[in-house]
Each structure stands twice: as C-alpha cells, then as structure tokens.
Design a protein around this ligand. Structure first.
Ligand code: GUN
Ligand code: ZN
Length: 446
C-alpha cells in the first residue's frame, strides 16, 4: 500500500538528470561552526543518474546534459542524499504518540502489545510495507531497523526492503526474558533463526544483517554470549541495541548484572561492542564508557524526539564528540513521535539548546546522511551526492506556505537558510524520493 497522499512509481528512468540545489558533505563538520568547509553547496546543478542506479555525474545548471538524458528541471528545490534513520522500530508505527509513560511502562503498555501482533506473517508483511513506504514518504531511504522477536517479522521486513531496493540494516530481535508471552525466544532457537536469516539476507541485494539485542534486561547472559559468538563468527555483521536511555532502566541493569562496571560494560563483556555497532540513546553513559565506546568503533544513535517524549533525558553530544565517539540521528519511532528527519533534527537542536549547546544545521544534517553512512561503514554507497554512489535521493521544497517562504527570503547566509529549513520543514516539504535511481515516492498534486 502506498503511503497516504502518495503515488508509488516503480518505473525505471534510465539516464535521468535532475536540476536542483545540491547539498551534501565532504568532511565531518566541527561542532558549533556555521561556516564549515565540510559543506558542499552546489546551487542550481544537474545531478546525473546512470541506468545502474548510481550517480553518474554532477554539472552546473548552465551545462545541460546531452539528449540521451531525460531531464527533470526542479530548479528552486533542494536535493539531498536520502536520509538515514539510524534507529527505528518497524512494528511500533501504530503506537506512535501513546500517552502517559516512561520507558519501562511504555514498553509493556504500548510497544510489546503492538509487537506481539507481528507473529502473524500477514500482519508482519503489511506492517513492513506500510513502514517502508512511510519512511520513503519522509525522505528516508535507508534505516537501521528493529522488527520484532519473530523471525517472520524480520523476513517480512527484508522482503519488502528488497522489493524496493532499499538499503536496510536489520535483524530478528533477541529477547529471552522479562518480556510477555508471545515475545520471548530461547537461546538455541534464536541462534538457529539468526543463522538462517544471516545466510538468506546478509549481503543479498542491499540488505544487511544486524545482530539485534533489544536491551540488556531482556536477554540472559547466555543469550548475550550467543550474540557475541555470531558477531565473532562474521565480522561483516552489524550490531544494534539500546543503552543507558532511562534512569529506572539503568538501576534495573545494575541489579541484573552486578558484576558489570556499567550498563555499556554488559555489552562489552559479551563481545558485542563492534565497529558496526549502533547503540541507541546513550544518555546516561558512565565514567569510563566513552573510551571503551570510541575504541570499539560503535556509535550512539541520538534519538531526541523519543528522549523528549518519554522523558528519558538530554544527551550531551559535544561530550561524545570530544571523546571521539560517533553520533548518528534516529527517529526511534514509536518512542519518537515522527519519522521526519527534519523534525528529529529540530528536536536535536532543542535538546542541545536545553544544555546550553548549539547544534548547527551542518552537524545535524551530516549525522543524518554522510555521518551515519560512515558509522555504518556504508559511505562508499550512500550518504553523499558523489559519482559512483547509489542515487538514493530526496527532493525538497525550501518552503511550504507564507511563513517559511518569507523566512527563506530574508536569510542572509547559507547556514541561516538551511537551519531555518531544518527547523521549519517536515514531510510536507518532500516532493519526491529516489532509491537506486528509481523514483519510489512522489507527492500527489494537492
Ligand atoms: N529499550 C528497549 N526497547 C526499547 C524500545 O522499543 N524503544 C525504546 N525507546 N527503548 C527501548
Ligand atoms: Zn528504540
């Protein structure tokens, strides 16, 4: 089913060229610098897409491509690399914006009941299609995704992503304790399921497998050890989990793992900290954790919308940056309240501002594109508008309506313009999304 208000177009348009304002990053922006040299701004340029779905070239607007190219003149719009949502739950879309609780209670009241329904293959297939179409309708072309504990839900997600040609990193969720009936696995069966899914999906098309530990409280030490063995057996796998999100969660982890130095140390001891590791949240990391994290190469997915909504806390991004720990951006829907990466980035700005820190549009947008791709070791394929990389793209209106149109008119420099766009825009500004050169989302005419 196509996302509401959208038509899905699966037609291949070989040798297509798009004319728009191109923005991406060639380096990592420094914190607090609105005039960063890491920004690559190419206003009014053609981006050429080859028939292999990759970016074939970029050239100025006054140098039109030859007659073999189908030209799509989108002058006055902004073309970005497709966003990468570094942490999101496909089965929680329908409990987005559920009232009244903090993390542990929210899981039991809202997340777990929704996830239990994904044991049914039909529910899982429909949910996966709805979720991926919704991502595309928000400009996100890649994501690191938690489906559910059920193998069928991982299969459904990989199948739907494969059909769309999307770069998805995902894995069956591991949880063998402290979860309700219908949502627990066991070590032996979970190990077999992971191996089967890895064999069928890891590296097939654009799918990649992530060993997916929900969080320390829902896995026994034996299950954590099994996850560590999987990662040791194949270092090309990814790893994802949650860490240090909420203070009650932190106390619980201390009770469950008294020998561990910290919450992060539970994962370190099990051999789970991995250079392709994505750890969501990391608000309440403890002393000694940052060098461990940095040395492992794993990074933190900053989930500001979720952290505000669930009252979890305020991440201090510069502390991580100073320690050399990478940060990506993530919606964490259904804890987060929108799949829109701009809304997520805007919340990220607010969270940093509450701590007296200023997040530039450059650091924010970089973390949702090239920065996330680098952390996932996928930057030779996604995250930039560079010849040879996949044509995963999103095309945006600079303004929708009089207020942001006026704000754009009076912006005095590039950072002011892009920052105002980041703070004021959302999925309503999205005109179209391409995955591997195929336009999979186009806004319906209103
Ligand atoms: N910690 C463990 N599971 C979850 C989840 O589903 N969402 C969030 N935000 N935190 C978690
Ligand atoms: Zn999460």
């Amino acid at each position: 089913m196509a996302a509401a208000g959208a038509r899905r177009l699966y037609s291949i348009a070989p040798m297509r060229a798009i004319r728009a304002d191109l923005l991406d990053f060639v380096d990592t922006p420094v914190w607090g610098d609105p005039f960063s040299a890491a920004v690559r701004w190419r206003p009014d340029h053609w981006l050429l897409i080859g028939d292999d779905g990759r970016i074939a070239g970029v050239q100025p607007g006054d140098h039109p491509p030859g007659p073999e190219w189908t030209c799509d003149d989108q002058r006055g719009r902004l073309l970005l690399p497709g966003f990468i949502d570094a942490h999101v739950h496909s089965a929680q879309l329908e409990v987005i914006a559920s009232y009244g609780t903090e993390l542990l209670d929210w899981l039991h009241r809202h997340a777990f009941p929704a996830e239990r329904t994904f044991a049914d293959p039909e529910v899982a297939a429909a949910g996966a299609a709805r979720f991926l179409d919704a991502l595309l309708a928000h400009g996100s072309t890649s994501a690191v995704v938690f489906p559910t504990v059920h193998k069928v839900s991982a299969d459904a997600l990989f199948t739907a992503a494969h059909e769309r040609g999307m770069r998805i990193v995902a894995g069956k969720v591991l949880m063998d304790r402290h979860a309700p009936d219908g949502l627990r696995d066991d070590v032996a069966q979970a190990g077999r399921d992971c191996i089967d899914l890895i064999q069928r999906w890891h590296g097939r098309g654009r799918s990649r497998y992530a060993v997916t530990v929900r969080f320390a409280p829902t896995s026994t030490p034996a299950q954590l050890a099994m996850a560590g063995e999987l990662l040791r057996a194949d270092p090309s796998l990814h790893f994802q989990t949650h860490v240090a999100e909420n203070r009650a969660e932190l106390r619980w982890v201390r009770e469950l793992f008294p020998a561990a130095r910290s919450y992060l140390d539970v994962y370190a001891r099990a051999g789970l900290l991995h250079r392709r590791g994505v750890l969501a949240h990391g608000i309440w990391l403890e002393e000694g954790d940052l060098p461990v994290l940095r040395d492992s190469g794993a990074h933190i997915a900053f989930c500001p919308s979720s952290n505000l909504f669930l009252g979890s806390g305020l991440l201090d991004w510069p502390v991580l940056a100073d320690a050399g720990v990478g940060v990506s951006m993530a919606s964490d829907v259904g804890g987060g309240t929108s799949l829109s990466m701009q809304r997520t980035l805007a919340d990220g700005y607010r969270v940093q501002a509450l701590g007296g820190r200023r997040l530039t549009a450059w650091c924010a947008l970089h973390a949702a594109t090239r920065g996330a791709a680098r952390q996932l070791q996928l930057d030779d394929e996604i995250g930039r508008l560079e010849p040879g990389l996949m044509a995963d793209l999103c095309l945006w209106d600079w303004a929708v309506g009089a207020v942001d149109a006026r704000r754009q008119q009076v912006a005095r420099d590039l950072h002011e313009k892009v920052f105002a766009w980041m703070m004021l825009s959302d999925e309503r500004h999205l005109a179209a999304t391409w995955v591997a050169g195929r336009r999979l989302y186009i806004r319906s005419p209103s």
